[in-house]
Design a protein around this ligand. Sequence first.
Ligand code: THU
Length: 299
Amino acid sequence: MSARLYIEWDGDKIPGAEEMLRRVAEQCVQEEGIGLPAYAQVRITDNATIREINREYRGIDRETDVLSFPSTDCTPRETLGKRQDKLRRERDETGRCFLGDIVISLEKTKEQAAEYGHSLNRELSYLTAHALFHLMGYDHMNEEDKKGMRRMEERALEKAGLNRVTDDELVARAKEAMTFSYSPYSHFKVGAALLCRDGRVYTGCNIENASYSVTNCAERTALFKAVSEGEREFIAIAIAAEKSMAWPCGVCRQALNEFAPALRVIVACGEERDEAPLNALLPHGFGPSSGMTEILGKE
Ligand code: THU
């Protein structure tokens, strides 16, 4: 590995996050092509601490998502040789170049992940990549620089296997699942792809039965697969049908509402597509927050 991250957690470690961030760091350094073993120090903290650091070192009394403190004044406009020279001066006793320090607020990372509808790991990886490119001299003062930095971040994240699941990909997964539909009675093929907060996608198809009422819809197949693998938080579901746009049936709306009342529901048929939030499809829905837990708790 030509890149190393020394990660310090002020709070609890997120399982699996360190390996992922190291993978991201490796790709960032490779993408930049500095060709020297490098390392950075990362502190993962809370809003109050990042605010304090922001005030102390930058005179800005505000919390933020990420701060980076480069060890050199490298810029991507310099030749590679010049940048390498500057970095060589930051070598430690093992010959590794110190890129600088990164501070990330985990609280802000969580908020942003929810806002953008992707996994916490994805947001944490994005912020780490962003900060690492700052450490290597990138900036986003003007549109052109911003685009250049963004391109580098995207490439590094993609190579680290962290590209965002797009609606197109989710719909494509639902269409693929549709091909497995077992529907000898209705001949109505349906496939679903459910996107979890951790970035994983579970697919399902409708499974019919000679005793018709035993039929399971594609959405519930995907949901039950996911829940039975430990997933509890969901961002979006894509539903693909062959013959018409299939909005989820009432039973599936209720099943999905148990876990994700604000789920994005995307329906697709051929090239046609539509979407609505689950709570618009199931207004005044009955769910875990409707008093059940209170009643159960009193037993
Ligand atoms: N079906 C689904 O799988 N999802 C929907 O959203 C609507 C209906 C299935 C159930 C049955 O196998 C077939 O479509 C016809 O009702």
